[in-house]
Design a binder for this molecule. Sequence first.
Ligand code: ZN
Length: 335
Amino acid sequence: MHFYQADPTLENYWRGVILFGRNVASYKFALAHALYEVDKSASDLVTLEQLAVPFSRHLCQHLLTAPKQITSRGSKYLEACAQFNRGEIMQDKLTETTVRLGFNNVIDAFHNVNAGEIEKRFFLDERKTHGGIRLTENLYRLSERQQYQNLARETTARWNLVEQAWTMGISRNLLAVEYDAESQLLFSRVNARRVNITSCRNSLNGYQKGRCFYCFRPISLTPGHSDLADVDHFIPWMARDEVPNINGVWNLVLACKSCNSSKSARLPGTRLLARLHARNEYFIQSRLPLHETIVNQTGRQPEQRRNYLIKNWDNARISRLFHTWEPQAEGEAIF
Ligand SMILES: [Zn+2]
C-alpha cells in the first residue's frame, strides 16, 4: 500500500492498521487503545486478563454515546458491555466475559490491511501457549517515536467517525461529513439534525503522517503545544461564493502556524494541488465515512476528483485574483 511504502516508519504502519481497511466492528480501535495503555515497563507478555480491563473500558465508554459498535445485528460480548453500563454486572464478570468472547477475531485480524498482513507486527498471538499476546520490539520502538503522542487521538477520531456512520445508518450516497470552523468539529446531518462527530484536527492528522501539509514539519495534536496544528482551507475561505462546499474535507488540511500565517490569503501552487489530490485519495482508501464523503463531494473516479480540484482551484484564482504561494520545505516529501 502506497501510504506506508512512501514513508515506512513504524507509526505509518500503525496508521495503516487504524485508518485503512474494512471494519466490521470497532474492536480493533479498543485493542489499539489497550495497547497504548498496557504497562510497557513490565513483561512483554500481556495476558488477556490484563488487556481485558482497558479494552472493555473503551468499548463501554463508546457504547454510551454510539450504540452501534458492530455491523452485524449484535453480539453477546457487546451485550455484556451494555449490561455493565446499566449496572447489571460488575467488573469481574465483564473482565471474564471479555477474556472469553472479546478477543476472538480482533487479535487474528489486527495486522490485516487490504486482504494481507502488514510487514511489521506489533504483537504475537500466544494465546494457546501463554494465555495472551507478546509485545514485539516494534511496539516498544513505536512508543518512543515523536508521533506516538498523536496516535491515541487519531485512533479515537477514526473510531468516532466509523461508529457515527454506522449509527446514522443512512444510505452511503447521502453520507457527508462537514466541518464547523468555530468548534473545529466534524459533523454530519441526519434528517436535518446536526450530529457532532469528532475533532477535525485529530481526524486529518494521520492522513498527513503527522506533518504540516505544506512544509512537512512535524505537528502536534496536543492542545497548548507550541506545534499545535491549524486547520486550514487549502482554497481560502474568502472564495466561498465561487467554490462549492469549500468547508468539505476535500479542501481541509493541517498546517503549522508558520505556513498558515505565511500563506495568508493566497492560493497554494499546482504542485501542492497535486499533493492535495494524493491526500484525498488516502481518504478514499480509508472507506467509511470519509471515502463516501469525498466521492459524493468530488466524484466517483480518480480522474473526476482530480478535475474537480483543478476546476475549483482555477475558478478561485481567476475570480478572486489570488496570488499563488509556495512553502519553504522543512522536511522530506512523504505523501
Ligand atoms: Zn508548515
